[in-house]
Design a protein around this ligand. Structure first.
Ligand code: SF4
Length: 297
């Protein structure tokens, strides 16, 4: 075992592979609805960060459709995952009805909610705490980077202390926290990326998701990419960078992802990331060849 993967952790806990079912709660985002901006984060496609989530607000129907897609693989236990846009951005009673519907089936073992740290007001934190007593609740925070210049370039819309407060409040309530980090953001050096990983390691969060920067052709990032303002990572470069990130991740932290799923319909770069099997094989081979072990650094 080179790293503490979420698949292994869940298998040990539940005795089988646990599948994540992506749901779309019909949310928007302060970076899109005019509250902070209208064009979204610079890399965020028009379909939302959860480009794979099924459309429509009927949670039960979405769960059934998502389960049917993994039925052939023998999925028996699931995590309901509100993935699209900012999934805590709405009136608390609406959130309650969506989350409770998603958690209701016996074969759903946990609820996961992707959001931004500035969209966790007190009533929402209290709701997450209450639901966490019924089944485990995970909150996935899109940090991406700790570096302010990059945060401004990507139009993230909040500063680092907001993240620190959100992690502290969620952990105080016993909620599991997973942090998303993007590798390969324009202008960031290897050292800066590792500073972000070290920060996440010290943050008190339980897990981390590493995502490769994708350039989608319906984003403002694409305009800068086409203008030659930055380049994307090659596969071998990504494997080496990821290896360093895993070495810098504390041994107890769960790694939820080693790369992101680019939305193939809009993927402009790097095109190699569209071949998920080759990508994961290359990463695994690199980890083996270089004796990569989580927490080595
Ligand atoms: S905060 Fe998330 S959903 Fe909103 S624009 Fe940024 S990436 Fe997209």
């Amino acid at each position: 075992m080179y790293y503490r993967s979420i698949n292994e952790v869940l298998k040990a806990q539940y005795g089988c592979k646990v599948y994540k079912l992506a749901l779309d709660g019909g949310f928007t985002c302060p970076n899109r609805d005019g509250t902070l901006g209208t064009r979204g984060c610079i890399f965020c496609g028009g379909d939302g960060s959860g480009a794979f989530a099924a459309a429509g607000p009927d949670v039960a129907a979405q769960l059934a459709a998502a389960k049917a897609r993994v039925a052939a693989k023998g999925g028996k236990k699931f995590i309901a995952y509100f993935q699209s846009f900012t999934s805590t951005y709405g009136p608390v009673e609406r959130l309650r009805s969506l989350y409770e519907a998603a958690m209701a089936p016996d074969d759903v073992v946990a609820l996961s909610v992707a959001t931004r740290p500035d969209c966790l007001p007190e009533p929402v934190l209290d709701l997450l705490e209450e639901l966490n007593w019924k089944k485990p609740v995970w909150v996935e925070l899109g940090l991406q980077t700790i570096h302010e210049a990059t945060a401004q370039y990507i139009r993230r819309g909040w500063e680092l202390p907001v993240f620190d407060r959100a992690v502290a409040e969620l952990k105080r309530r016993g909620v599991t926290v997973i942090v998303h980090v993007i590798l390969g953001l324009p202008g960031e050096t290897r050292e800066q990326i590792l500073e972000t990983v070290d920060y996440v390691g010290r943050s008190g969060a339980d897990g981390v998701k590493f995502q490769l920067l994708h350039v989608l052709d319906d984003t403002d990032l694409y305009v800068d990419y086409v203008a030659g303002k930055f380049r994307t990572l090659e596969l071998e470069e990504y494997a080496a960078l990821l290896a360093d990130c895993v070495r810098h991740t504390p041994p107890q932290m769960v790694i939820h992802r080693l790369t992101g799923d680019g939305y193939k319909k809009h993927l402009a770069a790097p095109l190699w990331s569209g071949d998920k099997k080759r990508t994961l094989n290359t990463i695994n081979q690199y980890f083996q060849d270089h004796d990569v072990i989580q927490g080595q650094k």
